[in-house]
Design a protein around this ligand. Structure first.
Ligand code: NAP
Length: 242
């Protein structure tokens, strides 16, 4: 069964920046597929979006579980036959010690969600994105993934020493460029977005920015016109150094 409306899948969309990306895309007329690993949390998010007249559906997707990713892709293929926008938003921050003493299993777990998750999801969804007239893939990265920023002592992030989270986002940035290069001759654009330091559960609501502000750049990159960039990294002030 096909559809004429634009379809967007956002992973980790049951709360935080992902839920707000879903809301902002929904307000623009997208049918938003609320990716969530937990059906209770996903359904609650869909209900709150539906109460704002947004066309939202729950899609069960745990980005560390390839079976759930493949099931989600099959469901989207059967229901919509295409995918216009994929926002790889789901991410975790579980750092508790500096690089010299952190348990390596925490770093691995961070990579499973923040790097291998987007890789598996993008591979599974790409056949559907190729069926879109103008596919857009947005990887929600972080200023902490910017090696240029991290190595600048004058930057507000210059003092951070995190082995897992930062490097998982640097790797996600490299993956963004790799996909953009592979897809350069198609109408698909692949970019990375830094939402800035946003108050969410991920940082115990310590960030100064709102989810509305944090969602702005991912949404802009999800809705780029045909002349927009690909293989780039932006926050809402412009390009971010790699
Ligand atoms: P959040 O409120 O903690 O939301 C994270 C979302 O990811 C939740 O929906 C969570 O689901 C989901 N998630 C985690 N692991 C998952 C998995 N294996 N499968 C599917 N979903 C999973 O955090 P947030 O701040 O909105 O973070 C969203 C993205 O922005 C992340 O990629 C983060 O790294 C990035 N970011 C955030 C900030 C910031 O300051 N907040 C700054 C830069 C970048 P559950 O509810 O089931 O846990």
């Amino acid at each position: 069964m096909g559809t004429r409306s634009k379809i967007a899948l956002i992973t980790g969309a049951n709360k935080g920046i992902g839920l707000e990306i879903a809301r902002q895309l929904g307000r623009q007329g997208f049918t938003v597929l609320v990716g969530a690993r937990d059906s209770g949390r996903g359904t609650a998010a869909v209900e709150s979006l539906a109460s704002e007249d947004i066309d939202a559906r729950f899609v069960q997707i745990d980005v560390t579980d390839v079976q759930s990713i493949n099931s989600a892709a099959k469901l989207i293929a059967a229901e919509f036959g295409k995918l216009d926008v994929l926002v790889n938003n789901a991410g975790i921050f579980i750092e508790n010690k500096p690089p010299s003493t952190i348990d390596v299993s925490r770093v691995r777990a961070t990579y499973e969600t923040n790097f291998f998750g987007p890789l598996n999801v993008t591979q599974a969804m790409l056949p559907l994105i190729r069926k879109s007239d103008a596919g857009r893939i947005v990887n929600v990265s972080s200023g902490l993934g910017s090696i240029g920023t991290m190595s600048d002592p004058d930057s507000p992030y210059g003092g951070f020493s995190l082995a897992g989270y930062n490097s998982s986002k640097s790797a996600l940035n490299a993956l963004t460029v790799a996909f953009a290069n592979e897809l350069r001759d198609t109408n698909i654009k692949v970019n990375a977005a830094d939402p800035g330091y946003v108050a969410t559960d991920l940082n115990n609501h310590s960030g100064p920015r709102t989810v509305e502000q944090g969602a702005t750049e991912p949404v802009r990159l999800a809705t780029l016109g045909p002349d927009g960039p690909t293989g780039a990294f932006f926050n809402d002030e412009g390009p971010v150094p790699w």
